[in-house]
Write a protein that binds this ligand. Structure first.
Ligand SMILES: [Zn+2]
Ligand SMILES: [Zn+2]
Length: 347
């Protein structure tokens, strides 16, 4: 199956603060151990919007033109010299990272913590708001036909949720408190249910978002302005912060039972005040998560088996000429997840 590849492709390139230009750029070439994927769908993530608005996330600073987008799926269009031709035509979900394979963390099986990691849409590595992207063959995960292009792209945030549940130690019968009913909070609620959690409590300031959480696995929702989470006697095994709010984090930790775990996922403040005595006296494990290691097989299973629904999270669809609108869609309170289709143009 040899198809002729174009020499250039259309890409949406971040060229300055809040400035995207749709350009023809050279087609990326697959290295010997890589595949070239024709991109079908790309989810918009809060980190993409953050780079678009602020040009940096912590120590990662955009210093040159950058293609954003890291939640993506597509079809293998070409393979490098070491990869079997039989992969051409496979529908895949991209795990958007390239670790070094040699460092201490890679050897320990924690490749998400590889200090030499090259990650899509993290400067200076280009992402997937483009017609094609390359990825090492083992990180192009074959997906069953039953998964839509959108669901295959959203296996990336699902991977964040799976990593979170693993870190939180969620097992059948667990109780978990999740702060924030945005995309990650909603996917975490579904994943907690799939992991067997018996009690899934979700907090959010917005009534509509709490209602939505109830449709995605929450067994109870709480308005934190009405109920003081710290003193409500929730006594959960695990707390997951998907809000980034310092107040939600400190009160959520107070709701954790002895020897329980708090996982900080939300981005917000780089420094905050924590209830240290509670953490010390109850031996609470407080940790963060940074991307994921070995989650795509589990993510594919959870969606293919119907335990996690990603398709219904999609609230906005955009072509390659309107990536700016996709990145700004978080301003709309009804928006949950926007998808960019690089093959589609406005004209
Ligand atoms: Zn993401
Ligand atoms: Zn490494």
């Amino acid at each position: 199956m040899i198809s002729t590849l174009p020499e250039t492709m259309t890409a949406s390139v971040l060229t300055g603060p809040k400035t995207l230009t749709v350009e023809q750029v050279p087609l990326p070439a697959a290295a010997s151990d890589e595949v070239l994927v024709k991109i079908a769908a790309v989810g918009v993530c809060g980190s993409d919007t953050h780079y678009y608005r602020h040009g940096r996330i912590g120590e990662f600073v955009v210093e040159g033109p950058l293609i954003l987008g890291h939640e993506c799926s597509g079809t293998i269009a070409a393979v490098g010299s070491e990869v079997s031709d039989s992969r051409i035509g496979e529908r895949v979900a991209i795990e958007p990272q390239r670790n070094c394979r040699r460092c201490r963390e890679c050897r320990a099986g924690r490749y998400n913590l590889c200090p030499y990691m090259e990650f899509y849409a993290t400067p200076p590595i280009d992402g997937a708001f483009a017609q094609y992207a390359t990825i090492r063959t083992e990180f192009a995960h074959r997906v069953p036909d039953s998964l839509s292009d959108e669901a295959a792209a959203l296996l990336e945030p699902l991977s964040v949720a799976i990593t979170t549940m693993r870190k939180a130690g969620i097992v059948p019968g667990s109780s978990v408190l999740i702060a924030g009913a945005g995309p990650i909070g909603i996917i975490c609620a579904q994943t907690a249910k799939a992991f067997g959690a018996a009690e899934i409590i979700v907090t959010d300031l917005v009534a509509e978002r709490r209602e939505r959480a109830l449709r995605y696995g929450a067994t109870r929702v709480i308005d934190p302005t009405e109920t003081d989470i710290a003193t409500a006697g929730l006594d959960v095994n695990a707390f997951v912060d998907a809000s980034g709010s310092p107040r939600a984090v400190s009160s959520g930790i107070m709701a954790v039972r002895p020897a329980g775990t708090a996982v900080l996922v939300g981005l917000g403040s780089s420094e905050m005040t924590l209830p240290i005595e509670h953490i010390q006296n109850l031996e609470i494990n407080v940790t963060g998560i940074f991307r994921y290691t070995d989650t795509w097989p589990a993510a594919i299973h959870l969606v293919a088996s119907g335990q996690v629904d990603l398709d219904s999270l999609v609230t906005g669809r955009f072509d390659i000429d309107h990536v700016d609108a996709a990145l700004e869609s978080d301003q709309d309170p009804d928006s949950l997840k926007s998808i960019v289709y690089p093959e589609r143009t406005a004209s």
